[in-house]
Design a protein. Structure first.
Length: 224
C-alpha cells in the first residue's frame, strides 16, 4: 500500500472529512486531496501532524502498524477462502443436479429392475445435491458473519470500493458458474440452478448493508 493510499485509509478510519483534517493542520482541502491521490507528497512536518490526528506514529503512517497489517491479512485470507469455498460449492451443486437429470432421468410408467438401479442412483445424487446446497447456505452465512465481524473490529482497513469490487466479483461467479449446466439440462429450467446462488447473493447484499451501517455509526461516534 502506498503512502497516499494509507493517508486516505487512515482519514476514513478516523471518520474525518478532508475539510476537517485540512483545517486542523492549516492546509486547503485541495492540498490534502492532492496528497491522498498521490499527485504530490507531504513533507515530514505535515506527515507528523497527520500522524497525530490519526492516532499513530510516523512509522505507522508510512508503513502501517503491525496491528493494521495483521488485520488486513486476516480479512484478505478470510475473503479469499470464502470466495473459493462458495464458488466450489456452487459448482459442485450444479454438477450434481446436471448429472442427475442428464444420466438418470425419470421414466414414466412402471419401473423395470434395470431402471430401479438408475432410480436409486438418481435418489443418491438428489440427496448429495440437497446436502451440498445446504452446506453452501450454511457456509455463506457463517463466512459473511465472520467477515462482518473482522471489518467492524478493524474499520477503515478495507475501502468501500474494494468491498464493492469483491462483492460484485463473488456475485458474478455465483451466477456464471451454474450457467453451462443450467442451459444444457434436459429436465429442469435454468431457474432451478440459480435459486440457491441468488439466496447467497441476497445474504451478501445484507452483509454489505450491515457493514455500511456499522461503518457509518463508527465514524459518527469518532466525530462526536
Amino acid at each position: 500500500m502506498t503512502i497516499h493510499e494509507r493517508l486516505r485509509q487512515l482519514r476514513q478510519a478516523s471518520g474525518l472529512t478532508q475539510e476537517q483534517v485540512a483545517g486542523q493542520i492549516g492546509l486547503t482541502r485541495q492540498a490534502l486531496s492532492s496528497y491522498e491521490s498521490g499527485r504530490t507528497r507531504p513533507d515530514i512536518e505535515t506527515l507528523m501532524k497527520l500522524a497525530e490526528i490519526y492516532g499513530t506514529d510516523l512509522e505507522g503512517l508510512l508503513w502501517g502498524s503491525e496491528k493494521q497489517q495483521n488485520a488486513l491479512r486476516r480479512i484478505k485470507v478470510t475473503a479469499g477462502i470464502t470466495f473459493g469455498l462458495l464458488s466450489l460449492l456452487t459448482l459442485a451443486s450444479s454438477v450434481l443436479l446436471w448429472c442427475k437429470n442428464r444420466f438418470f432421468p425419470l421414466s414414466e410408467g412402471q419401473v423395470s429392475p434395470e431402471e430401479m438401479t438408475l432410480l436409486e442412483a438418481r435418489i443418491k445424487l438428489d440427496q448429495a445435491w440437497t446436502t451440498t446446497d445446504g452446506i453452501l447456505l450454511t457456509v455463506s452465512a457463517l463466512a459473511f458473519l465472520l467477515l462482518l465481524l473482522l471489518l467492524v473490529t478493524s474499520p477503515g482497513t478495507i475501502s468501500r470500493k474494494q468491498k464493492l469490487l469483491y462483492s460484485g466479483a463473488l456475485a458474478l461467479a455465483l451466477l456464471v458458474l451454474p450457467l453451462p449446466f443450467a442451459l444444457t439440462d434436459p429436465v429442469f429450467p435454468p431457474v432451478n440452478y440459480l435459486i440457491t446462488p441468488i439466496l447467497v447473493i441476497g445474504r451478501l447484499a445484507v452483509f454489505l448493508v450491515l457493514d455500511l451501517v456499522m461503518e457509518a455509526l463508527i465514524r459518527k461516534k469518532k466525530r462526536n
